[in-house]
Ligand binder design. Structure first.
Ligand code: AMP
Length: 434
């Protein structure tokens, strides 16, 4: 259920139910338990095509329900023709560019396939390979992988693509951006010629169309409105601020009593605890929710936040998965996520079902590149609030939190959108005095 919040509600307009897509009972039951009743447009279009064994070219982004659009029919096909013999072979391979996506896809396969008896595992780089190779040794039906680690494990003899029946290339345009295209071509040469292929990309530039042509055979096409429309209803702003001043800026923003509750994201668990400490010191009721907290402590923090007895919930991305809060208006990114998609997921906690939503992001000098990636993904420039007490003093290494000199009576310190870029003497003056 929790994951459902990442989906734009406007996607759930169909009149049909999952039952009418001829999905087998064990999978129907699992998706029902996930809280899905109505298929999203991409699911409604793609599931019948994939179930017929036809190749698919999908133009869709993450957040449109794309994973279930391929995972559900793959699970169904693989459960219908279980092979004889005792050892499982990799019969479906899903390749995706980032570790985060790979993990999410694996979780989805595990959730939708929990009553099918099929096994799924995920391999990605940057971590010790041993747990991955031991999972592979015990046999898997479905493998989700990022390109580099996949090729590495193939070269070491841990993976064979000989038995792959269904191949999925996910987020192909990002693969291209991330320089994975040669890896993809290498793995294509190792896949059996006779296979079903599903190809997804959020955009279709000529190189992607060409690549799709080399992978797919007589494909059917589906295309859905980009998820970035979710992002459009949320008012988003950037504060450029030095790392050492983020705490002070947060406290300053939260002085505004019209912010009833706010969900603050930090990159690390330790960071979340530190932010909570600072807020409590400033008489702002806050609690942290992250992977090091016991489940009941997390639940308690969440309940307090929902009931608005805690004003600020500080979360890491992992812990934020279960957060489903109605009427949450403010999301604050204390750090800019290094994966652009995470930004979309984070801010998607607000502005749900047509409600108002505001997202502030604190960006220090080192995070500017991440911000660029985000703006590229959402295809828009995020307005900057540059009249605030802690402007970024670029190129100066920040050792001590930099306090602004001069008068600190900012009144309503959170500029209204209309005030953005309007020169405000007080702030410009104090900045010049540095
Ligand atoms: P995806 O595009 O696959 O990353 O999915 C985006 C989010 O929508 C995920 O959190 C899914 O759990 C959720 N989701 C997918 N399909 C449905 C559905 N039919 N109804 C409600 N939520 C869904």
């Amino acid at each position: 259920m929790a994951k459902k919040i990442e989906l734009n509600n406007s996607l759930l307009k169909s009149n049909i139910q999952f039952q009418s897509l001829k999905i087998i009972e064990p999978i129907l039951q699992a998706i029902e338990e996930e809280g899905y009743t109505i298929p999203t447009p991409i699911q409604e279009q793609a599931i019948p095509i994939v179930l017929q064994g036809i190749d698919l070219l999908g133009c869709a982004q993450t957040g449109t329900g794309k994973t279930a659009a391929f995972a559900v029919p793959i699970l169904q096909i693989l459960s219908a023709n279980k092979p004889y013999g005792r050892t499982r072979k990799i019969r479906s391979l899903i390749v995706t560019p980032t570790r985060e996506l790979a993990i999410q896809i694996e979780e989805s396969f595990k959730a939708y396939g929990r009553y099918t008896g099929l096994t799924t595992t995920v391999v990605f780089g940057g971590v010790n390979q041993n747990p991955q190779t031991s999972a592979l040794r015990s046999g898997v039906d479905i493998l989700i992988a990022t390109p580099g680690r996949l090729l590495d494990l193939i070269n070491q003899g841990f993976i064979s693509l000989r038995d792959v029946e269904i191949f999925v290339l996910d987020e192909a345009d990002r693969m291209l951006d991330m320089g994975f295209i040669h890896d993809v071509k290498k793995m294509l040469s190792m896949l059996p010629k006779r296979r079903q292929s599903l190809f997804f990309s959020a955009t279709m530039p000529p190189e992607i169309v060409k690549l799709a042509g080399t992978i797919l055979h007589n494909p059917s096409q589906v295309s859905v409105t980009p998820v970035s429309s979710t992002v459009d209803i949320i008012q988003q702003y950037i504060y450029y601020v030095d790392k050492g001043n983020k705490n002070s800026l947060l406290v300053e923003i939260l002085k505004d009593k019209s912010i009833k509750t706010a969900l603050v994201f930090t990159r690390t668990k330790h960071g979340a605890d530190k932010v909570v400490k600072i807020l409590l010191k400033n008489d702002i009721k806050a609690e942290a929710i992250h992977g090091n907290k016991a489940q009941n402590a997390r639940q308690r923090a969440l309940t307090n936040f929902k009931e608005q007895t805690t004003r600020v919930l500080v979360a890491t991305d992992i812990a934020a998965r279960g957060i489903d809060v109605d009427d949450l208006e403010f999301v604050i990114n204390f750090e800019i996520p290094n994966i652009a998609e995470t930004y979309v997921h984070r801010i998607g906690r607000t502005g749900r079902a047509g409600a108002k939503g505001t997202a502030y992001s604190f960006c220090d000098a080192d995070e500017k590149a991440y911000l660029r990636d985000i703006e590229k993904l959402i295809n828009k420039k995020i307005p900057i609030i540059d009249k605030h007490p802690f402007p970024l003093i670029d190129n100066f290494p920040v050792k001590e939190p930099v306090q602004q000199r001069g008068k600190r009576d900012f009144g309503h310190s959170r500029p209204k959108p209309t005030e953005i870029n309007k020169p405000k003497k007080l702030f410009s003056k104090s900045r010049n005095s540095r």
